[in-house]
Design a protein around this ligand. Structure first.
Ligand code: SAH
Length: 243
């Protein structure tokens, strides 16, 4: 697949600064901690009200093991088992904001989104609060099942969890209005590029020469994909097959 690269790397949009730590507890305390997290996201430059509302709605502490749940609303990546991590809130919010930007608020509930790398299911829940239909694929069976358990009480009928190799996408659900990859590979698989609707956006961390950068691909026509390289990032590796 030939992706056209658009000139020199443009200045990346304002990158949210590190957010201050927010202590979390249970019930009302976690509601308050989450509100403070959203205030901090806003202060750090997240502008999309739909994304901010979704970050306010999803109880991040419910996706994290009890021993670490008190840190759920700090702006940090945390371990979720199987050597994987949940992305920090500012990364989740920023990536979803970039994906949603071209889709009018009134059209988001019709948009279909693919996530590669369900992990604990947190980002999938935020996506399901923003978009109409979400398919999320995970290659580690233990995490796929943990995500199912974590998401049960949220009852999100518009979110479908799939166990499989997300590098192959979900051909029967394609085309997608947005695709988000939560693990870093050395290239964007052709399967994902062909499953993009024209127009649509894909965001994926890509590793090149030991460094990772967030790649934004915009499919603007049937045969036109444009690449913009955004910030440097740190994600777990995208792997092949299932386990
Ligand atoms: N969005 C997740 C982040 C999880 S970290 C969250 O909110 O928790 C990235 C995840 O990608 C890991 O769970 C890892 O197992 C998964 N992954 C890596 N390669 C994959 C592949 N080829 N297909 C599907 N999932 C993959």
């Amino acid at each position: 697949m030939n992706i056209r690269r658009t000139g020199p790397t443009p200045a990346s949009p304002a990158r949210p600064a590190e957010l201050p730590p927010v202590p979390a507890g249970v019930g009302l305390a976690s509601d308050r901690a989450r509100k403070r997290m959203v205030d901090a996201l806003r202060a750090a430059g997240i502008r999309d009200e739909g994304v901010l509302a979704a970050m306010d709605r999803v109880p991040r502490h419910q996706f994290i093991e009890p021993g670490l749940a008190s840190r759920a609303y700090e702006d940090v990546a945390l371990p979720i088992g199987h050597g994987q991590t949940i992305s920090k809130p500012s990364t989740v919010a920023r990536m979803i904001e970039i994906l949603a930007a071209p889709i009018l608020p009134a059209q988001r509930r019709q948009a279909r989104v693919l996530e590669v790398g369900t992990g604990c299911g947190y980002q999938a829940a935020v996506l399901a609060a923003v978009f109409g239909e979400v398919v999320s694929i995970e290659r580690v069976r233990g995490l796929h099942e943990a995500a199912r358990t974590n998401l049960r009480t949220m009852r999100l009928p518009n979110l479908r969890l799939v166990f499989g190799d997300g590098r192959l996408g979900a051909p029967t659900a394609a085309p997608f209005d947005a695709i988000i990859v939560a693990a870093a590979g050395d290239a964007i698989p052709d399967e994902l590029l062909t499953q993009m609707r024209a127009p649509s956006r894909l965001l994926a961390p890509i590793e090149e020469g030991g460094r990772q950068a967030l790649h934004l691909v915009e499919r603007t026509g049937r045969d036109v994909w444009q690449l913009t390289i955004l910030d440097s990032v740190r994600f777990v590796p995208l792997r092949t097959g299932t386990t």
